[in-house]
Write a protein that binds this ligand. Sequence first.
Ligand code: KG4
Ligand code: ZN
Length: 339
Amino acid sequence: MERAKNNSQLAVLGIESSCDDTSASVYIDGKVCSNVVASQKIHEEFGGVVPEWASRKHQLNIVPTVHSALQKAGVSMADIDGIACTQGPGLMGSLLVGHSFAKGLAVSSNIPYVNVNHIDAHVLAHFIDGDIPPLPFLCLLVSGGHTQIVVVRNHFEIEILGKTIDDAAGEAFDKAGKMLNLPYPAGPIIDQKAMLGDPNAFQFNTPTVEALDFSFSGLKTSILYFLQKEVRKDASFVTHNINDLCASIQHTIVSYLISKMDKAIAETGIIHIGIAGGVAANSELRAAMQTLASKYQGVGYEPKFEYCTDNAAMIAYAGKVKLERKEYGTLNEVCFTRK
Ligand code: KG4
Ligand code: ZN
């Protein structure tokens, strides 16, 4: 029997598997009812994501994660109106697990499925709940794979104003952490240790790049050469100065990101700003974005922590908008690694 529902009551199952987190979420009636994330510890020992391991772990995790998301939301597949899944960008093997699973489940449940762009979903996390930014707003998208400044004009009208020409901001955190002998992903650990350190203890070179673009490879080299020089003089330099090193590196990255956002506000005149992606969980960056917004009498918007790092709630939300518009996916679509 056809269920009589209006658009806002749609029940959506979101599936995310673009990198090393397997996630499933149920979004019903404008509310996240569950958002389950299975993280893969195996990459810690390699100091970064190993694509082959990531896809194998997704295969193990996908069924229990989806099952758990349905259970936590108190629903079964019979209650779900559509499935949303990440089509890309991401690691091909990882994407294929979630995408193929989502298509199969949609076909067997006789419901539509929609493709979601992972980057769009990070930005759209602003609309899940809490304070929703007015349109248009500027968004700093900072994750392990991407660093962009975008203008969000509408749900899927997102214009890129600037982007990294090499590493992403999250990669800069993770690679610096590796040099400091911290486990992967180092971003959250650097954040914690930085709270106990002096952000001005050490100075690192910030790269000069045109307009609103970014570059992080020079910073990586600057940190590496500095550490090599200091460790030659004192083998325990890193251990003895770990908090100051974390605070100084974080401060360098955050100041660089903020200087570009400042430029973007000055150029566009858009004073309401948002932040998205895993690095958006960084406490110094969140505080600095608020200060920047205040400087222009604007407002800084930040999604909840759990909607910043990779999660399926953002996929389910973006999928809901596409389901409302009936922008269904077709079975012969493929995943993609780059936008
Ligand atoms: O968005 P995300 O979960 O995955 C990608 O799409 O890449 O972002 C992961 C990145 C990692 O580089 C991680 O170190 C970084 O986000 N990250 C942080 C923090 N939490 C996660 N970086 C700095 N401070 C944090 N608190
Ligand atoms: Zn992401």
